[in-house]
Design a protein around this ligand. Structure first.
Ligand code: SF4
Length: 383
């Protein structure tokens, strides 16, 4: 059982009583939904032809500086405008202007004149029963699946909603990957597909062979690193890294220095719970998709992520290597990442994926960068 009176749902383990206050995710004891719609720009096995029935939750346990949805993932007092400045958006003005949520006009707004607006987040607080009603609406609209985006901090309420109405279509848990293994274990009976990021691979420096980018003088790696940890263990335990601070991409970019330490066991548990991907008529029915967004200047991190995937997960999950990185908001403060990905950077990462045996992966056209972040996914990259 989850205990929201001393919340420890995610690795932040805030210990707050969410009936009275919010933790780092800015969420209280009701789901906050920014919008829901049929969504056509996920991987083809998710979007299909009818679209994915996507529910966008507000709030987040992470603080990625490149977040594309910061206007709904951050609380009011942390929202940045296009100049990297905090919006002077009071809670009262947000109550009065819910349409400030910068999602596509096709998104259906919550509430339909009945739910309350959130105290800290753009979006509307709804009950598990109302969330179950949204599942039904999306199902009736022809969605191939129910796609729960940024669901982690609402896990217990999502379980309650699914207990009230179990969709006949697959339920997808679309997460940043910063999850506790126990939380995934509790979700396994209710979730059909995990669509998870693996954003970072920050490891201890012991027993690691040298990995250096060659012939790429115009592309700075974030740092020199001479070794990487061997993840595979021989006793059947999930992979785990012991020293979480030798590399700091997760801390620099998401303020989550222990991201890798939690994400790897969580993904191992997702795979244990769901098994190998099952695809029928081109649509995923169960299993795990691991996504990695390549970030400009942080190619060393991406290579470590790919090696981690190759060593641990590639035979049991679908892999998606994404180029849709778009400089937004507070990125203006950091020159290293205040630009789109260079074609050469993406090419290096895709070449590395092939070398590691990850040839059967979803990849994106580089032109998918942009505020609309409308990616084209193409299966089977071959050079
Ligand atoms: S779900 Fe929210 S309140 Fe709970 S531990 Fe995570 S960040 Fe803290």
């Amino acid at each position: 059982m989850f205990d929201i009176k001393k919340c420890d749902i995610c690795p932040n383990e805030c210990g707050v009583d969410r009936r009275k206050t919010a933790g780092k995710c800015s969420a209280y004891d009701k789901p906050v939904v920014a919008g829901y719609s049929l969504h056509f720009f996920e991987e083809p096995c998710v979007s299909g032809t009818n679209g994915s029935g996507t529910v966008f939750f507000s709030g987040c346990a992470m603080r990625c500086v490149y977040c594309q949805n910061a206007s709904v993932s951050r609380p009011f007092n942390e929202i940045l405008n296009g100049n990297g400045q905090k919006e002077l958006l009071s809670e009262s003005s947000a109550y009065a202007s819910p349409d400030g949520v910068p999602l596509s006009a096709s998104y259906t707004r919550i509430p339909d004149g009945r739910a309350a607006f959130s105290k800290k987040l753009k979006g509307s607080e709804i009950s598990p029963a109302e969330l179950a009603d949204i599942f039904k609406k999306l199902e009736d609209a022809g969605a191939h699946n129910i796609n729960l985006v940024s669901p982690s901090h609402f896990a217990p309420f999502i379980i309650s909603a699914i207990k009230k109405y179990r969709p006949k279509i697959p339920v997808i848990y679309n997460t940043h990957g910063y999850e506790k293994r126990d939380t995934i274990t509790r979700l396994n009976d209710f979730i059909d597909v995990y669509l998870t990021d693996l954003k970072y691979a920050d490891f201890s420096a012991r027993n690691m062979p040298s990995i250096r980018l060659k012939n790429t003088p115009d592309i700075p790696d974030e740092r020199d690193f001479s070794s990487r940890k061997t993840l595979l263990n021989n006793n059947g335990n999930p992979p785990r890294c012991e020293n979480k601070t030798d590399f700091s991409a997760a801390k620099e970019l998401s303020n989550c220095p222990n991201y890798t330490e939690y994400a790897l066991p969580a993904i191992a548990e997702m795979i244990r719970g769901k098994g190998k991907p099952v695809i029928e008529n081109g649509l995923i029915k169960s299993g795990v998709i691991i996504r990695h967004l390549v970030i400009p200047s942080y190619l060393g991190n991406s290579i470590r992520v790919l090696e981690t995937i190759a060593e641990n997960f590639k035979d049991d999950a679908l892999i998606s290597i994404m180029s849709q990185y778009t400089p937004l908001g507070e990125l203006r403060l950091d020159e290293k990442i205040n630009r789109p990905l260079k074609p050469l950077e993406y090419k290096i990462i895709l070449k590395k994926a092939l070398e590691l045996g990850i040839g059967d992966a979803y990849v994106q056209e580089l032109g998918s960068c942009g505020k609309e972040f409308i990616p084209e996914f193409i299966r089977n990259y071959s050079g």
